[in-house]
Each structure stands twice: as structure tokens, then as C-alpha cells.
Design a protein around this ligand. Structure first.
Ligand SMILES: NC(=O)c1ccc[n+]([C@@H]2O[C@H](COP(=O)([O-])OP(=O)(O)OC[C@H]3O[C@@H](n4cnc5c(N)ncnc54)[C@H](OP(=O)(O)O)[C@@H]3O)[C@@H](O)[C@H]2O)c1
Length: 283
């Protein structure tokens, strides 16, 4: 039986992923910092308070752990770097860095602070020579389809397209699907068989054309479709210094180029207890 340590269990993804892991046969240990709420955890989940600044304490907490699942997000992504030496010292078999997005390369992620931070973390894992697997999910449905800044405005039946986006599918996943699929991956494959891979897990793959059709079905009339040229997307990206705008702009550029999921090894294994929802139900 595998033992999995989770960091960041209270987060947007941390909650459904911890809940899904708790449903498996794995031993699940939540390692939490002082002040983090552990009152809502599912039964059977073990807890240990840690400090990210106490490497010896972290190493002790990771003793006997097979798989490390850090789930920090946003500006806390680099906090993962504090876990790496302890994971190495404890001899964990697999590190699953907090990725869960589109498939960035060093080139197309340049200038996107979140992506640069994720690449920095990956570099540290490689330097420490810890086996790791990256899991990409495409856009989180609640954000990609739920916030108009990516171009999909469900409430107002509007869609803004660029480049190839009308015709090239992009991966989209609900956080519930991601939680269930990651739990399935980590508990049905051995750590050694996952090491070195970059998996793509998608609840749906949809073109902007598919999204337009789903919007039409929802509203009973054609969505208003506008077109933003790629050059304009690039200019907006370059003009912005805000980390969130850079991330959104970078994702829109990748969607326009049809590369949101490029290079991922698509995983579509069985996810017990979860049935994938169609696009319209992810709105
Ligand atoms: N593809 C997409 O559309 C998409 C969308 C959103 C997120 N993501 C990705 O999903 C992953 C998880 O993101 P998320 O949004 O779930 O994360 P989040 O909710 O922003 O944060 C997760 C947890 O990190 C912990 N944390 C926050 N600041 C910290 C600090 N300074 N030190 C240590 N721990 C800290 C917090 O837990 P405690 O307070 O309990 O310690 C928090 O609940 C990230 O890789 C993110 O980029 C992808």
C-alpha cells in the first residue's frame, strides 16, 4: 500500500484531491503549516504539523512516505523548493510538483511569473535527482469557462477567439475530475512507472467551435463571436506587468497557437467513482 503526503490541502485543488485520495487504499498524510485548518479533513487522513523552514522536521514527517504531492498555488509555488531537500533525505519515491495546467515550454512560458516559478521548482527537483511526474490538466473549468478573461463569457453568451482556437481542441477539467484522476493515477501505477513522464488528464477537449455550439445550446441562440488577432494578444501580453494578466495572456496565446496540451502523454485510464461530464455541464 502506498503512502502519500499532501501539502496545501486547503487550496482550490487541495480540497478535492485530498478528498479523492482519502477514498483510495493509500495512506494519506496531510502535512500542514501552523494555522492551516485541518478540521474539515475526511476520516482516516493522518495529520502532522510542519514548518517549511525546518528541514529536519520535514524530513522526519516524510519518513516512510512514497509519494509527495505539494499543492501550493500562485505566489506560493516556490515554497515547494523547501520540501525538495527533505524529500530527498527521506528517500521518497516520487515527487508530483504542483503543475496542473497547460503544457508550457521554457520559451512560451518566458515572462509568465507563475510558469517561470514552476520551471524553477522542476529544475531543483532535477538537481536533487528525485524521480518526478508532471500532471497537466488544461484549464480548470471553473476559471477557463467561468471567467470571461480567457475569452469565454458564458453568462453573456459571448466568445472571443484567436489564431487556431476555433479548430484546435484545448483540455479543460473540473477540479473534481482532476482530484479523482490524480488519485487514480497515483494509486494504480507504481511510482517507478510514473517517474519521468508528463501526463495530460482532461475531462473534455474542446475547440472554441465546440464551446460556441455549447453556448448556443445553452442560450438558444448563436453566441456573439469576436476575433482578437494574435499580434494584439502578444502586444497586450507584453504591455502587462501584472502576474495574473501575464498568465491569462500566455494561456490565450497558447490556445491561439493550438499548443495548450502539446507534448503531454494523454492519460485516460479508469477513474472509479467519477464519470466525466460533457462540456455543457462544465459551464
Ligand atoms: N489550470 C488551471 O486553470 C489552474 C487554475 C488554478 C490553479 N492551477 C494550479 O493548481 C495548483 C494548485 O493551485 P491552487 O489554486 O489549488 O492553490 P491555492 O488554492 O492558491 O493554494 C493552495 C494552498 O497552498 C497553501 N499556501 C498558500 N500560501 C502558502 C505559503 N506562503 N506557504 C505555504 N503554503 C502556502 C495554502 O494552504 P494552507 O494555508 O492550508 O497551508 C493553500 O490552501 C497550482 O499549480 C496552480 O498553478 C491551475
Amino acid at each position: 500500500m502506498v503512502t502519500i503526503a499532501v501539502f496545501g490541502h486547503t487550496g482550490l485543488l487541495g480540497k478535492p484531491l485530498t478528498a479523492a485520495l482519502a477514498e483510495t487504499t493509500a495512506t494519506v498524510k496531510v502535512l500542514y503549516r501552523a494555522g492551516s485548518d485541518v478540521s474539515q479533513l475526511p476520516a482516516g487522513v493522518e495529520t502532522t504539523e510542519i514548518s517549511y523552514d525546518d528541514e529536519a522536521g520535514l524530513t522526519k514527517a516524510l519518513s516512510g512516505v512514497d509519494i509527495v504531492v505539494p499543492l501550493q498555488g500562485g505566489p506560493a509555488i516556490t515554497v515547494q523548493k523547501k520540501i525538495i531537500p527533505a524529500a530527498k533525505a527521506a528517500g521518497v519515491k516520487l515527487f508530483v510538483p504542483s503543475e496542473y495546467g497547460v503544457a508550457w515550454t521554457a520559451e512560451d512560458g518566458a515572462g509568465v511569473p507563475l510558469v517561470e516559478a514552476k520551471h524553477e521548482v522542476e529544475h531543483e527537483i532535477q538537481k536533487a535527482d528525485i524521480p518526478y511526474v508532471k500532471i497537466n490538466t488544461g484549464g480548470f473549468a471553473n476559471l477557463f469557462l467561468g471567467q470571461p478573461f480567457f475569452g469565454v463569457d458564458v453568462k453573456n453568451n459571448k466568445l472571443d477567439v484567436s489564431g487556431e482556437s476555433l479548430d484546435v481542441p484545448a483540455g479543460i477539467s473540473s477540479i473534481e475530475y482532476i482530484g479523482a484522476a490524480v488519485a487514480a493515477i497515483l494509486t494504480t501505477s507504481s511510482p517507478s512507472s510514473l517517474a519521468g513522464r508528463t501526463l495530460g488528464i482532461y475531462e473534455v477537449k474542446a475547440t472554441a467551435g465546440d464551446i460556441a455550439a455549447a453556448l448556443k445550446a445553452k442560450h438558444g441562440k448563436e453566441p456573439e463571436i469576436t476575433y482578437t488577432p494574435v499580434d494584439k494578444l502578444k502586444a497586450n501580453f507584453q504591455a502587462s506587468t501584472d502576474p495574473l494578466h501575464r498568465l491569462v495572456g500566455g494561456v490565450r496565446l497558447k490556445w491561439a497557437a493550438g499548443t495548450t496540451d502539446a507534448g503531454n502523454e494523454e492519460w485516460d485510464g479508469e477513474v472509479k467513482g467519477y464519470t466525466k461530464k460533457p462540456l455543457a455541464e462544465l459551464f
